[in-house]
Design a binder for this molecule. Sequence first.
Ligand code: SAH
Length: 244
Amino acid sequence: MRENYTLPRLYTDADLTAGGGVALDRAQSHYLSTVLRRGIGDSLRLFNGRDGEWLADITELSRKSAALRVGLQSRPQTSPPDIWLCFAPVRKARNGFIAEKAAELGAARLRPVLTDRVQFPKMGLEKLGLTLIEAAEQTERLDVPQLSDTVSLGKLLGEWDSSRALIFADEAGDAKPALEALPSCPAPAAILIGPEGGFTDAERERLRSCDFVTPVSLGPRILRADTAALSLLTLWQAVNGDWK
Ligand code: SAH
């Protein structure tokens, strides 16, 4: 039975130790005081991705600031399976969807990748970072997915650590069914999803020439990039991740 799940849950980058003091930023103070209508003496849960989750009490609160006193640790730190989501940016709202689902589905890191057919290369990483934090708070994760700077596909492959399996969602249709291929792609692993326009033949050839790449098919229908990202992450978690 999950303890304390009714208490609000906030991410902080502050260290968390018993008896320690933590200050919240303006947005979090506003959320606590005005949205959740909490007050002095109320409790909440804090996590920072390093020290586990801790109970904390509100000692000061206004719309602009809040001070908390850290109490007991409610959950020890654990790390999620080492799975990355590498994805070509798509239209704005859908990038937010991809980020939120990746956080819920336990992606450890998101890596935006520019491929030839990306139509919206300028993707706001700041907004995406906030989406990841909110999703991590909601989904009860003990960490927030890391967000890398956008890189080109060439740079990503050129610098790839070949000890990490790169699972390439290849819509060309002649790749192995994902469920068949995934058992040989345990963590550390990464998933690569293309843009609305798909991968070019040259990109497909380049990818398939890398020994750390495993092309996989997600069935006979063409999925939207966000659907493909969600589906393949789900499959990977079920086969190799923490859904056991
Ligand atoms: N416009 C392209 C498809 C792009 S879909 C076309 O019509 O061919 C966006 C991305 O989702 C693809 O690049 C691929 O990474 C993934 N994807 C979509 N459907 C897939 C499938 N059936 N198998 C494998 N990957 C798929």
